[in-house]
Write a protein that binds this ligand. Structure first.
Ligand SMILES: [Zn+2]
Length: 384
């Protein structure tokens, strides 16, 4: 084979066009991978709808859930990212947008290197200074070259694993990471009751990930019944709530809470990509529960409504209601230890313990005339 067929799009809304790219000469640390299967991701759909927030090298090749077989490999490329030996015939998966490992962000925040400033896309070939490149899985082959892009990462699949199964490793990993983030804040205890919003591919894989990672019960909220809710139940969701049949958010909240019972779910994860899923989903939770937003991340939306910025920015958004009994000595200790470091008492405006005094204290507080209106019932207890 001298030419490689790759599918390209001219831009959002364009029809797919199969083009050919010359087969590259393989460098010493490069490999050519024949693709067995590649999924269509929600991100691909967003890109084709024009939602991607940055310029893209059109006409490029989409597809980042790919699994393939090495057909040609350079002498110096011996292992995958984890050090597993690879060679011609090895099965691989390749993730999209791999962290470069050396930008300012990667150096300072390695735990969120998924937000790398200069992520690596496999498939660039030095011979091609213009698209189409040999990147993207909607193609016969992709190309990796570690001399050109040292941040490239490839992962060996088990020899016996089908490439169809292998393509699911990338989206499933997103779900595992999301649940691990919940575990890290003690938000995903063993036997937890978990509600998954969304029954697309991520929502379905999230059912499996939740169960594998210790959930006791999983409930899926999504649509349509066929094929999605039906498959969610086959994956292990004990019940499903159909958002096409139950339209009003308050009715859906009641339906989910009736199934969950008790005080509500321990953990809710949004995989729906819908901008109003968040405010609805937090009502599925018990007080003290955990919400993970992993919906889509490309639609900029508006500042007021775009709950998805939580996902895009990979944020920890925490609620904090008052305190628990063990916290209070900390308040006492901090005031005492720092008694001379801050003008604590300048916060206070003092009022007499009379009807007029109390009324004035409240009135001034409401009018924001004071910082902390403070009533003094027994002035003899207050030192000057
Ligand atoms: Zn980086």
């Amino acid at each position: 084979m001298t030419d490689i067929r790759v599918c390209t799009h001219e831009g959002p809304g364009a029809a797919p066009v199969i083009r050919t790219v010359p087969r590259p000469k393989i460098g010493p640390k490069a490999a050519l991978i024949r693709i067995g299967a590649c999924g269509v991701c929600g991100t691909d759909q967003h890109i084709l709808k024009g939602h991607w927030p940055k310029p893209l090298p059109w006409p490029f090749t989409l597809g980042h859930e790919l699994a393939g077989v090495i057909v040609e490999i350079g002498d110096e490329l011996k292992t995958d990212f984890m050090g597993k030996p690879i060679g011609v015939g090895s099965k691989l998966m390749l993730p999209p947008l791999m962290p470069c490992g050396h930008c300012d962000w990667c150096l300072h925040y390695p735990e969120t290197a998924n937000k790398c400033l200069t992520p690596v896309y496999y498939g660039r070939y030095l011979g091609f200074d213009k698209p189409p490149h040999l990147w993207g899985g909607w193609a016969e082959m992709v190309y990796v070259d570690f001399d050109d892009l040292p941040g490239t990462k490839i992962y060996k699949l088990p020899d016996e694993m089908s490439l169809r199964l292998g393509t699911l490793s990338e989206p499933l990993t997103s779900c595992i990471r999301a649940f691990e983030r919940a575990q890290r804040v003690n938000g995903f205890p063993w036997n937890a009751t978990v509600v998954i919003q969304g029954t697309g591919p991520i929502g379905i894989l999230a059912v499996a990930a939740a169960l594998e990672m210790g959930a006791g019960r999983v409930i899926s909220v999504g649509a349509p019944e066929s094929p999605r809710l039906e498959l969610a139940r086959r994956f292990g969701a004990e019940a499903t709530v159909n958002i096409e049949e139950i339209i009003a958010p308050e009715d859906r909240i009641k339906a989910v809470r009736d199934i969950v019972g008790g005080y509500g779910a321990d953990l809710v994860m949004d995989c729906s990509g819908h901008p109003t899923a968040g405010p609805e989903g937090i009502e599925f939770l018990r007080d003290g529960g955990t919400y993970v937003e992993m919906g889509q991340f490309t639609d900029a939306g508006s500042i007021q409504t775009n709950w998805h910025r939580i996902c895009t920015k990979d944020l920890n958004v925490l609620g904090s209601w008052a305190f628990t009994a063990n916290d209070l000595p900390k308040g006492v200790d901090m005031l005492w230890q720092a008694r001379d470091r801050y003008p604590w008492l300048d916060m206070q405006t003092l009022y007499d313990f009379t009807e007029e005094g109390v009324a004035q204290a409240v009135q001034d507080a409401m009018a924001m005339k004071t910082v902390k209106s403070t009533i003094i019932p027994n002035p003899d207890l207050i030192e000057a």
